[in-house]
Ligand binder design. Structure first.
Ligand SMILES: NC(=O)C1=CN([C@@H]2O[C@H](COP(=O)(O)OP(=O)(O)OC[C@H]3O[C@@H](n4cnc5c(N)ncnc54)[C@H](OP(=O)(O)O)[C@@H]3O)[C@@H](O)[C@H]2O)C=CC1
Ligand SMILES: Nc1nc(O)c(N)c(N[C@@H]2O[C@H](COP(=O)(O)O)[C@@H](O)[C@H]2O)n1
Length: 235
C-alpha cells in the first residue's frame, strides 16, 4: 500500500458535455470548450511537471499535449524547466504509433508506460524515439498497467505534479485505484448523447457501497459553461 507522499499529486482535467460525454459515439475529439477554457488548460499544462493520457486518447485524438503559448513556454525555460512538461502515455501493450504527434510536435521528454507483457519489438522501437523513455510497470489483474505502481515510478522520475487529460477509461482507472486527488471538469453547453459515447469515467463502474465521494471546491462560470473543481475522497 502506497501513501500520497510516494506518488505525484494527480489531478484530472476534462471537458464534458452537459450530459457527461467526453466525445461522440464515433470517439473523435469534439470541441466542448471555447477560447477562455483553452487558455485555462494551457496555463494548467504550463504549471505541471507532466501531462498524461491513455493510449485510447492517443489512437482517437493524436494529441500533442504541448504548451501552446510561446510566452508560457518561455516562462518555463526561464524557470530552468523544459519548455513542455513530460508527456506520458499509459500504454500496456506498446501500441503507441511511431508517427504520433507527441513525437513530432514540441520539444521535451516523453514517457511511455508499458506493462511487463508488452511485445519486446514494440518496446524497443518506441525506446528509439527521440527524448523517449519506456517505463515498465507491473500489470494489474486486468492485464493493464498497475497505475499505483506506475505513480511511484513517476515520482522517482522527479514528477511531483501530474495532470491527466483522459480519456474515459484512464480516468476511471485512476479514480478506482484511489490515486486521483482532484478533478477539474469543464461542463460545456451541448448535449452529445449516445449510449456508447465515452463519459467522464467509464471502466466497470462502482457498486453502490463503493461510490466515490467528492468535495466541491469551486464552481465558476466560463463563457457558456461551468468549471467544477472537486477534491476526491480517497481515504
Ligand atoms: N473531452 C475531453 O476532455 C477528452 C476527451 N477524450 C476522449 O476520450 C476518448 C478516449 O477514451 P478511452 O477510449 O477511454 O481511452 P483512454 O485514453 O482512457 O485510454 C484507455 C486505455 O489506457 C490503457 N490503460 C493501461 N492501463 C490502464 C489502467 N490501469 N486503467 C485504465 N486504462 C489503462 C488501456 O489500454 P491498454 O490495455 O492497451 O494499455 C485502456 O484501454 C476519445 O473519444 C477522446 O476523444 C480524451 C481525453 C480528454
Ligand atoms: N479542455 C478540452 N476541451 C475540449 O473541448 C477538448 N476536446 C479537450 N480535449 C483534450 O485535448 C487534447 C488535445 O490536445 P492538443 O491540442 O493536441 O495538445 C485531447 O486529446 C484531449 O485530451 N480538452
Amino acid at each position: 500500500m502506497t501513501t500520497p507522499a510516494d506518488r505525484p499529486y494527480i489531478f484530472i482535467n476534462s471537458a464534458m458535455s452537459a450530459d457527461g460525454k467526453l466525445s461522440t459515439f464515433e470517439r473523435k475529439q469534439v470541441k466542448i470548450s471555447g477560447k477562455a477554457d483553452f487558455e485555462r488548460v494551457d496555463e494548467l499544462r504550463a504549471g505541471t511537471d507532466a501531462i498524461m493520457v491513455g493510449i485510447g486518447t492517443v489512437l482517437a485524438d493524436d494529441p500533442s499535449l504541448t504548451v501552446k503559448s510561446e510566452q508560457r513556454r518561455q516562462a518555463r525555460i526561464a524557470a530552468g524547466k523544459e519548455e513542455n512538461p513530460v508527456r506520458i502515455i499509459v500504454d500496456s501493450n506498446a501500441r503507441t504509433p511511431l508517427d504520433a504527434d507527441i513525437f513530432k510536435k514540441g520539444k521535451g521528454k516523453k514517457i511511455i508506460v508499458v506493462s511487463k507483457s508488452a511485445p519486446s519489438d514494440k518496446i524497443s522501437a518506441l525506446s528509439e524515439m527521440p527524448e523517449t523513455k519506456i517505463i515498465v510497470a507491473d500489470s494489474a489483474n486486468s492485464g493493464h498497467v498497475n497505475l499505483e505502481e506506475m505513480a511511484v515510478q513517476l515520482k522517482n522520475e522527479g514528477i511531483s505534479r501530474l495532470m491527466v487529460e483522459g480519456g474515459a477509461t484512464l480516468n476511471y482507472g485512476l479514480i478506482s485505484a484511489g490515486i486521483a486527488d482532484e478533478i477539474r471538469i469543464f461542463v460545456g453547453n451541448l448535449i452529445i448523447g449516445g449510449k456508447t459515447a465515452p463519459t467522464f469515467a467509464d471502466g466497470d463502474g462502482f457498486s453502490e457501497e463503493n461510490l466515490k465521494k467528492l468535495t466541491l471546491e469551486s464552481a465558476e462560470q466560463i463563457e457558456d459553461g461551468i468549471l467544477l473543481t472537486w477534491k476526491v475522497g480517497n481515504e
